[in-house]
Design a protein around this ligand. Sequence first.
Ligand code: KG4
Ligand code: ZN
Length: 351
Amino acid sequence: MKVLGIETSCDETGVAVFDLSAPAAGGEGPARPGAEGLLAHAVYSQVALHAEYGGVVPELASRDHVRKLLPLIRQTLAEAGLTTADLDGVAYTAGPGLVGALLVGAGVARSLAWGLGVPAVAVHHMEGHLLAPLLEDPGLEPPFVALLVSGGHTQLVAVEALGRYRLLGETLDDAAGEAFDKTAKMMGLPYPGGPQLAKLAEQGVPGRFRFSRPMTDRPGLDFSFSGLKTQVLLAWQQSDQADQTKADIARGFEDAVVDTLAIKCGRALDAAGCDTLVVAGGVGANRRLRAKLEEMAAARGGRVRFPRPALCTDNGAMIAFAGALRLAAGQREDAAVRATPRWDMAALPAI
Ligand code: KG4
Ligand code: ZN
């Protein structure tokens, strides 16, 4: 079953084709294919378009999805050696996200499915992120705990079964990626700041600046990153603002976020009675976070799984994959174009 996946929830246009009936590698292993099912995928990033405004401009994002989506679908199908007639279904991100951007993907996906006479399925963006590690490691099965860390979300979710998600904790203010981006902006780094700040932190001296690990001194699985951002701002304003100082502050900030996430992940595994952690979302591309979580999981005899960095940030592959699982379970949308900018993952039907 070949499913076209379309992602347009924010500032990346992502398209992919996933074939759920591709032969699964590894003989005895799972019936479901992993990366071998990913026939082609392409992402067009709008970073350059939004850079001069220092953040995503929703109307410009929508217009650019309109320009890029159809050429990207043609390109992806050509790379997979397919035509639209080979598609068995179309999956698209219906939310959460920017409503105008979502409507572009939903409109194209729903019309294409209608024209081809194949089913369409609406995919929850965060479920896409959450299932991406399964695309990399088809042997991975629930139950596990997922850490979702993106520009808009920081959540710990107990995955009891595919499609059954229980929120264990989330941020009370800024998301982890948002904290990276805002802190980077404060220190004058170009947009998008998260990866730039992480790069700068590589040169930083650990321990020269030490910031608090918010909300780790009390029980609970919620996060708060806005106070940390203020601490970093004060440290930056009171510093000599030399290049090395900038890198040292970046390192102090990154260590504080990474430690906080790792402490809460350990607690979430305890709370869910699990030993498997999966990490997804843009901040999951952070190298120090990956290393720290590996260390934390190894120390407790557990394991942690991440998608490759390109599948951590927004992409069409995760939407094609999640959509293929839902289509295979018989789920489909009626012939209406709908976007759901706010959408609780716990409300999703089981797969
Ligand atoms: O999942 P994603 O691509 O888009 C959303 O759904 O939000 O996540 C983007 C977020 C941004 O805040 C970006 O700064 C952050 O992920 N990010 C990183 C890194 N790469 C991306 N943050 C820290 N370190 C990185 N290497
Ligand atoms: Zn995302």
